[in-house]
Design a protein around this ligand. Structure first.
Ligand code: ZN
Length: 201
């Protein structure tokens, strides 16, 4: 049985609020276990590689992440390499604390299920460490690089009321359709140059 929830869109105040932490007791409750199942089904149906509770209207520090190989089918090996994108199994993170590892940054196109139909270049740290709780309330520590590090930064931002458009290189904002038509497969540095994305207004 799958049950999906509506995904709220930019402009909804819940996406701009600071979400509150959850307690281990709350995590163990049937209500939150059901919510986790619903967030997983909603993420898979979208489809997306991550979903934060504020995106389904709940201002709590809860995230689900999954980047299955099925979602890589439309990408070339060169694109997967450029994005350093590997499969990530389904997992849950509550109350995450994120720190960068090193100061290397990467630019890549990124979208958000709460900013539907658009994509934009967003700078992210290449490696991060995240500490939090799993769905059983047990402490977990994750060190991640590449696309997984990007997903973590994107989802943890949602818990702080930050959306990827706050960090984007704004001249790269485009519809997903125009991205597919004109830019898919073009290396990001070339896109940046073609769009004059470093231009000072
Ligand atoms: Zn998002």
């Amino acid at each position: 049985v799958t049950s999906t929830l509506p995904i709220v869109q930019v402009g909804d105040p819940v996406l701009r609020a600071r979400a509150r932490p959850v307690t281990p007791a709350e995590l163990a409750s049937p209500e939150l276990q059901t919510l986790i199942d619903q967030m997983r089904d909603t993420m898979r149906a979208a489809p997306g590689v991550g979903l934060a509770a504020p995106q389904i209207g709940q201002s709590i520090q809860l995230i689900v992440i999954e980047d299955p190989p099925k979602l890589h089918e439309g990408l070339t090996p060169a694109e997967l390499r450029e994005r350093e994108r590997d499969a990530v199994p389904f997992h849950v993170l509550a109350n995450p604390k994120l720190k960068r590892v090193g100061d290397s940054e990467v630019l890549a196109f990124e979208g958000c299920l709460s900013f539907a139909g658009f994509t934009m270049v967003v700078p992210r740290y290449r490696r991060v460490r995240v500490e939090g709780l799993d769905e059983h309330g047990k402490p977990v520590s994750i060190e991640a690089g590449g696309w997984y590090a990007r997903i973590l930064q994107h989802e943890v931002d949602h818990l702080r009321g930050v959306v990827c458009c706050d960090r984007m290189r704004s001249r790269t904002l485009m519809t997903a359709d125009n991205f597919k038509r004109d830019w898919a497969g073009v290396p990001v540095p070339e896109v940046m140059k073609a769009l004059d994305a470093d231009r000072q207004l």
